[in-house]
Ligand binder design. Structure first.
Ligand SMILES: [Zn+2]
Length: 488
């Protein structure tokens, strides 16, 4: 009999401290594909749908697609929003039964009112419906809270390995491959998790993360090791399971999986802050950029703590104010979230000079709004930019100019993944010395080729960069850096 595979995706990343509340309409407005309507290109968390489609014919399975949906990272999800999307997918699964494999595209840090672990809840309900013999596989973002419920409910969990996330489709393919082998009884996956009891995130665009992940990839598929995932964690969430964990899946040998998970987890812990780059204060960053910029090549400064991908508004005025203090510097900054200002700029039209109040409005932590006479230098109905194999919409957008500073304003909250945020609005980045992007590190792959250097900013928030100052109430202790790490 032909194998039957069901796939669906429900994902967002919840910053429980951000006052940007999410309901079902946030999913429907950002990315919502009922069965059969998913585009041919993958998105960050729905890559399993595309991976499963591509191999259905050659592997000879029947694919049943459920809903795939995503909301831009923000604050708490409403109970009704989560339950309605969850139950929609469970209803589709129920109608598709019996199935041999369920492939889920999740994030792993979705928190709704009444549900600190949405993915653990969803996986448990999928298991209850699909039965003990169904192979359940889930792809997670590495910025997840890897809970015991998720690991117990799924047969196989594969997280992104790369930060920036250049590998969401590759990891979906890994997940599919392992689920097929498991369903065909070619392997017997057993999972072991090492809890680092703290936060030990790192970037793979630099050392030591780069070589470490290259080693993980080289270990997979050999010596009985099927898959290795490092769940970096997502610190802006008040949940019990926040923190870094290493998941190893071995072929039948749990002790081997546990030993390797511990060995790798201890290695990451021993880096300490070595896994993280230097962070520059705004003035310090601008000075460093001026010293390092080359003719035709700006320095790219990442405003990591006002990154919409971290669940904050992305309309902080701190770096715009800093650049306005330096009218002598040709600079650009974007994309900042301000749908009201965008609509005013588009109505005024390209070439006009208008008095505009913009940014610094969405949250108490957004800073002050800026009042200035600006020149509208570019507008678009939809700022659509590439991010690896996917396309991301920032909605209607406008570029405004104050002296030598060009500012991109967008209607939809999304990260500054790639240079077309600027260039599609007519901004020539090669004429700039400083380019500030609203992104933590996903910008890196696309911006590094046009940059003399990439530096990281500490503009003070609104994302909470210092875990010792986060008002956690639920995290399991001991937890470093709140407590000394018990493993060190
Ligand atoms: Zn992530």
């Amino acid at each position: 009999m032909r194998m039957r595979v069901f796939t669906a995706s429900l994902a967002t990343e919840t910053n429980t401290f951000a006052p940007l509340f999410v309901d079902r309409s946030a999913f429907e407005g950002a990315f919502y594909c009922p069965p059969g309507t998913h585009p041919d290109t993958p998105t960050l968390c729905s890559a399993p749908t595309v991976a499963a489609r591509r191999r259905a014919a050659s592997e000879g399975y029947e694919l049943v697609e459920g809903t795939a949906t995503w909301a831009e990272p923000a604050g708490l999800v409403s109970r009704e929003g989560y339950e309605s999307l969850r139950d929609e997918i469970l209803g589709q699964l129920k109608a598709a039964l019996p199935v041999d494999i369920v492939l889920l595209g999740l994030h792993g840090s979705m928190v709704a009112r009444g549900y600190d672990d949405c993915e653990g809840d969803l996986i448990a309900r999928v298991r209850a419906l699909a039965g003990p013999d169904c192979v359940i596989g889930a792809e997670l973002d590495m910025h997840c809270h890897l809970t015991a419920e998720m690991v117990a409910g799924a047969d196989i969990i594969v997280a992104f390995k790369e930060f920036p996330h250049t590998d969401f489709l590759a990891r979906a393919e890994d997940l599919l491959e392992l689920c097929l082998k498991t369903a065909r009884k070619q392997v017997k996956p057993v999972s072991a998790v090492f809890d680092c009891r703290g936060l030990a995130a790192f970037m793979t665009s630099r050392e030591p993360g780069r070589s470490f992940v290259d080693r993980l990839i080289a270990m997979e598929g050999k010596d009985g090791i099927l898959s290795i995932s490092v769940a970096h964690g997502f610190q802006a969430a008040d949940v019990a399971d926040v923190g870094t964990k290493v998941l190893v899946i071995a072929d039948g040998d749990e002790a081997k999986a546990a030993a390797l998970a511990k060995q790798l987890g201890l290695e990451i812990l021993r880096w300490g802050q070595g896994g993280s780059p230097k962070h520059y204060k705004p003035e310090e960053g601008i000075a460093a950029a001026l010293a390092l910029a080359e003719p035709g090549k700006p320095v790219v400064l990442a405003d990591r703590w006002d990154n919409p991908g971290g669940g904050v508004a992305g309309d902080s005025s701190v770096m715009v104010e800093a650049l306005l203090r330096h009218p002598e510097i040709p600079a650009a900054i974007g994309a900042l979230w301000d749908p009201v200002a965008v609509s005013l700029c588009r109505a005024a039209g390209v070439g006009t000079e208008i008095p505009l109040r913009f940014i610094g409005k969405a949250a108490p932590s957004s800073g002050r709004p800026i009042d200035a006479v600006v020149k509208v230098v570019g507008t678009t109905e939809d700022l659509l930019i590439p991010f690896e194999q996917s396309w991301v919409s920032l909605g209607p957008a406008a570029a405004i100019r104050i002296g030598q500073l060009d500012i991109v304003l967008a209607s939809t909250r999304a990260q500054t993944f790639s240079p077309p945020v600027f260039t599609d609005l007519g901004i020539d980045l090669s004429a700039k010395k400083v380019v500030v992007v609203k992104s933590s590190n996903h910008f890196h792959a696309a911006f590094a080729p046009i940059a003399a250097q990439v530096l990281y900013l500490d503009s003070g928030g609104p994302y909470p960069p210092d875990a010792t100052k986060i008002p956690y109430t639920k995290v399991k202790r001991p937890f470093s850096p709140l407590d000394p790490n018990p493993w060190l």
